[in-house]
Design a protein around this ligand. Structure first.
Ligand code: NDP
Length: 288
């Protein structure tokens, strides 16, 4: 039926997804490699399937939430014929090209494919704070939307199936670099006996004050001239050198900061020392 949904994978995320779909009144069929994990879902009212083929045959819409792309390929390739004409939404975290590979495979087998990326932890599923990004077949997305909206705020990124994963990876990259910053600060302050919790609170207040400046970086990059008179590459090189020296003086490795200085030095070496520092983005392009 239209409201039936199959969920493949009952790890932390898949379980939260299945639970939420049940809570919003949908008929759910679940499958998991380790069959024992289906028991609590069966007790809560889900149907269980012994095989992936039986699971995908039970609903027009299948959500797959496995560990990684390799697991998805391994489990779905044998059931391509069973999925024909149905909608597949892959919530598994992948790279953009892995999502595109799945989309090409689906297209070759007449499967309607939407790639998804979950910007949330399992406990947030079902709340508006959970952002779920989607890309791929727009008609399939529209048809699946009532079910997808039960999981959180749904955002469609475009027909290129890699776009949801691209944004997912970009936002996670930003988060990764930010949280490494906490660790660097904690390591430095620990040399003076400051508790990690105290430094984390200080970092939080500092970053909150600095956060509005992030959009200014975008304005400089969009402007494209790098001559707005803001902080220059050479100014930042001196600042970074001080950070690195201070860290080392305290007996703390500066390995996390060094790549930043390296990129700024590359800019200076090509005569860009007076440019606004966001010109660093030019150095991030991989040149073959
Ligand atoms: P878990 O480790 O909790 O669960 C992994 C799931 O994948 C299990 O159902 C496991 O089955 C299954 N699995 C692993 N390998 C295979 C395989 N070769 N064949 C079949 N099934 C396999 O992970 P999560 O539920 O946390 O994550 C699932 C996806 O959701 C990941 O891609 C993750 O990046 C993404 N995600 C998770 C978030 C989180 O906070 N947890 C946040 C955002 C995205 P079995 O039970 O048999 O081991």
């Amino acid at each position: 039926t239209a409201t039936a949904v199959t969920v493949l994978g009952l790890g932390a995320m898949g379980s939260a997804v299945a639970e939420r779909l049940r809570a919003t009144g949908r008929t759910t069929t679940v499958w998991n490699r380790t069959a024992a994990k289906t028991a609590p879902h069966a007790a809560a009212g889900s149907k269980t399937a012994a095989t992936v083929a039986a699971a995908v045959a039970a609903s027009d819409l299948t959500l797959v939430v496995l560990l990684d792309h390799a697991a998805v390929r391994e489990r779905l390739e044998p059931v391509a014929a069973d999925l024909k004409g149905r909608t597949l939404v892959d919530l598994t975290t992948t790279t953009p090209n892995q999502a595109r590979e799945s989309a090409a495979w689906a297209a070759a087998h007449g499967i309607r494919y939407v790639d998804g990326a979950v910007m949330a932890v399992p406990a947030m599923i079902g709340t508006p704070q959970a952002r779920l990004l989607y890309s791929g077949d727009h008609d399939a997305y529209t048809d699946a939307l009532p079910a997808l909206e039960a999981l959180g705020t749904a955002e469609y990124e475009g027909a290129d199936a890699g776009l949801a994963a691209l944004k997912d990876m970009a936002l996670l990259s930003a988060m990764d670099l930010m949280f490494l910053g906490y660790v660097q600060a904690i390591a430095m302050m620990r040399t003076a006996g400051t508790a990690a919790a105290d430094t984390a609170a200080d970092v939080e207040a500092w970053l909150a004050a600095m956060l509005p400046h992030g959009r200014g970086i975008a304005d400089v990059i969009d402007g494209g001239t790098y001559d707005t008179g803001g902080q220059s590459v050479d100014f930042d090189r001196r600042g970074l050198a001080s950070l690195i020296n201070a860290s080392r003086e305290q007996g703390v490795r500066a390995d996390l900061l060094e790549p930043h200085l390296k990129l700024l030095d590359e800019l200076a070496a090509t005569g860009r020392g007076a440019s606004d520092w966001p010109r660093i983005i030019d150095r991030l392009a991989i040149r073959e």
